[in-house]
Design a protein around this ligand. Structure first.
Ligand SMILES: *Cc1c(COP(=O)(O)O)cnc(C)c1O
Length: 437
């Protein structure tokens, strides 16, 4: 598969290049030259395939045999997916698809692990040392750190803000050490992101470091996220016996990577009728769908911190998928926003009525389903539960948090010491540190 640069479609790169560069030097996003249409036989037989079979079948369309052969892809996939993806009925026709059973308890583990192993495979061949620089609002940092932990030839530097990160998120970022370095920036996520952006174009830094980014615009994180939607379809067919019901999926969205993967899956032939992009009060996209004006505001902090994004990078890809035609997009795509108060209320009422505890992100997905009433009959509604509620325990009121069970692997992490360097939000301080360490 070849990837084109959306800023200049004449510039084309292979998977390896798209992966290593993350974004092109003119800030253009990489995009599959041709989105494959999968065979109807595959969809018909999907219930007989394991999750590894499904993933391999999909990924082979995006990475050629010459770049990574099938045996190696199989290994990578096996390691990426070695945890469960339960689909749980909550009430009526509403289901929760739990994507948080990986090592850092957020859905980002799949993308981060897949990307890290592909990179490891390529740098092993070229014998270069690379440094991954990543800014996080909370979940990305932990997933990327864990995904790259102890991988030869790769060093990871995670920048995270002093404000708005939960305790467990901070522990996940800071407790690994070895090839993982964490830097706490006195400021916001936007400050961290700005520092990272500047570093990528700084010649002094480029002389000393071979930098790569691992944020969610990287094709290596994006493509494996399509797997979820195919697994979902398989489970619906296998365990819930769907027939002619239309499938509607609500995706808690921040940078719109996960939902882009869903829309791309639809394009590949997966029969999902509608997608709902559910957001917190950082509502640029719901407003855009309503007024047809793209007008990002300053980012506001919420209890669903992984979605505190007001200018989602992957939305460009979504628009491109729909020929930059908003009316075409609106046939498949809906978007609603919710505030923290509504989030807490709904977590509480679902807990009370159905004994199921959602995290703030998943709850926003749930509320999106409740609000959607485009087709009333014969529809099956799924929200993606993107994180374990435990990760957000310090953002929830006591009467809710006391019901959250802390999994053993997290208990074990909680006792670890935090170790990070603290820097101001000035680029010059970061640069000085990076060049003199
Ligand atoms: C990152 C994240 C999201 C948002 O995903 P995008 O692909 O950026 O839209 C939602 N929920 C959780 C828990 C996350 O960590």
């Amino acid at each position: 598969m070849i990837y084109k640069n959306l800023n200049n479609e004449n510039i084309k790169v292979n998977f390896k290049n798209a992966l290593m560069r993350g974004i092109s030097s003119d800030m253009g996003l990489f995009y599959p030259e041709k989105i494959p249409i999968l065979s109807s036989v595959f969809f018909k037989n999907i219930i007989n395939y394991t999750k590894e079979d499904i993933a391999l079948y999909i990924i082979k369309n995006f990475i050629s045999n010459k770049e990574i052969n099938e045996t190696n892809l199989q290994k990578i996939i096996h390691h990426t997916l070695n945890f469960k993806f339960p689909l749980i009925k909550i009430h009526d026709n509403i289901y929760s698809f739990e994507l948080f059973h990986g090592p850092t308890m957020a859905f980002k583990d799949v993308g981060a692990r897949f990307m890290s192993q592909c990179l490891e495979y390529f740098i092993h061949k070229i014998q270069q040392k690379i440094t991954i620089l990543v800014a996080t609002s909370g979940d990305t940092g932990g997933a990327v750190a864990k995904g790259f932990y102890d991988i030869q030839g790769i060093e990871v530097i995670v920048l995270y803000p002093s404000q708005g990160v939960t305790n467990i998120q901070e522990t996940q970022i800071t407790s690994l050490n070895k090839n993982i370095k964490s830097v706490k920036i006195k400021g916001s996520f936007d400050d961290c992101q700005l520092i990272v952006k500047k570093a990528f174009i700084d010649m002094d830094i480029k002389k000393k470091y071979n930098l790569t980014s691992a944020n969610s615009i990287n094709i290596g994180r994006l493509i494996p996220q399509t797997f979820y939607y195919f697994f979902l379809y398989k489970y619906l067919k296998k365990y819930y016996d769907i027939n002619n019901q239309k499938i509607v999926v609500s995706v808690p969205s921040g940078n719109f990577g996960n939902i882009f993967a869903g829309l791309m899956s639809k394009k590949m032939g997966l029969p999902i009728k509608h997608f709902i992009a559910s957001t917190n009060i950082n509502d640029t996209i719901p407003r855009f769908l309503k007024h047809h004006q793209y007008n990002p505001k300053k980012t506001i902090k919420t209890i669903s911190n992984a979605m505190d994004v007001s200018n989602p990078s992957n939305f460009t890809r979504i628009m491109y998928l729909y020929k930059n035609d908003i009316n075409l997009l609106k046939q498949d795509f809906f978007s609603y926003s919710f505030n923290d108060e509504q989030t807490i209320q709904n977590i509480e009422s679902v807990l009370h009525k159905y004994k199921y505890i959602m995290d703030p992100h998943g709850c926003i997905g749930y509320m999106g389903l409740k609000k959607y009433n485009n087709i009333k009959h014969d529809v099956i509604k799924i929200f993606l539960e993107t994180a374990h509620p435990m990760k957000f325990i310090d953002f929830l009121p006591k009467h809710i948090s006391k019901h959250i069970n802390i999994p053993n692997n997290i208990k074990h992490i909680m006792t670890k010491k935090h170790q990070s360097l603290v820097l101001s939000n000035k680029y010059k301080n970061f640069k000085e540190w990076l060049l003199n360490r």
